[in-house]
Design a protein around this ligand. Structure first.
Ligand SMILES: [Fe+2]
Length: 265
């Protein structure tokens, strides 16, 4: 089976016509399924943009959201919307609402958006202010320590999801693909060809998800986990354990593209 991996396509920044031509490129690639690791659009346009894609790409589109997908809305309303989009479509599948999805005899898929949790790097002294703080309703008006608590509770939800579904996935197949928006390891936070510094790590990495993955994959040494993530817009690959590799997407605003086409067994 061949899959096309997309990430950080930010369709709100491109013309309607380009969304259609990009969708046709994906449809006409050799892929039979699409994985999107978040930052698809922004909340008010998410449904429209995903449905344009789904009507042109007739095969399954598995997706998780990214932080930008919550922009101009709230976390709960956007999560509800993602569930609704998925259940009203014949080929759009929101992975956070699923458990383990079988792709082939030997490979299964799980996913959750996750969130950067401020547990790596220097959150307290970082001068960086992510747009999340003024573009997502839940963060507006919070103090710095309250924002951290919210970020951590969102990341913890992802870790809880993977604590249940990653062991289950390993019991079902020898190869597992994990789709998430936020890189779960310091060494997967690529930016301009380098690993991000301590000012950016708090906003780029989800430590709790990375710790959860390491712990579980130690127990399944003969299984292979491939993580596809985005968020930093800097591409790279990290071999985190002998059985865990992480691809981080290289992405540019206004230029949606296919990250890679991968043949899976
Ligand atoms: Fe992005």
């Amino acid at each position: 089976m061949r899959i096309a991996w997309l990430s950080d396509i930010h369709l709100n920044f491109v013309h309607h016509h380009r969304i259609e031509t990009f969708s046709r490129e994906v449809a006409e690639s050799s892929a039979e399924a699409v994985l999107i690791s978040g930052d698809i659009s922004e909340a008010p346009y998410l449904k429209e943009h995903l449905n344009i894609m789904a009507n042109i790409i007739r095969f399954p589109i598995f997706f998780v959201l990214g932080n930008h997908d919550f922009y101009r809305s709230s976390i709960d309303r956007t999560l509800y919307l993602a569930g609704e989009i998925s259940s009203n479509s014949g080929n759009l599948v929101w992975l956070t609402g699923e458990m383990v999805v079988r792709l082939t005899n030997r490979t299964v898929l799980i996913g959750h958006e996750s969130w950067n949790d401020g547990r790596i790097g220097d959150y307290k002294n970082s001068p960086y202010t992510p747009a999340d703080y003024f573009m997502i309703e839940d963060f507006m008006g919070l103090k710095k320590d309250e924002k951290l608590k919210l970020m951590q509770s969102l990341a913890d939800r992802a870790a809880d999801h993977f604590k249940i579904n990653l062991p289950k996935a390993c019991q079902e197949a020898e190869n597992v693909i994990l789709l998430t928006h936020v890189p779960p390891f310091r060494e997967a936070c690529w930016y301009n060809g380098k690993i991000s510094d301590d000012d950016h790590q708090p906003y780029f990495a989800s430590k709790i998800v990375g710790d959860t993955i390491r712990e579980i994959m130690h127990e399944f040494p003969a299984h292979n986990l491939t993580v596809y993530c985005g968020h930093t817009h800097g591409g790279g690959k990290a071999q985190v354990l002998h059985n865990v590799k992480v691809y981080t997407a290289e992405a540019e605003y206004e230029k949606p593209s296919i990250q890679r086409i991968e043949g899976i067994k």
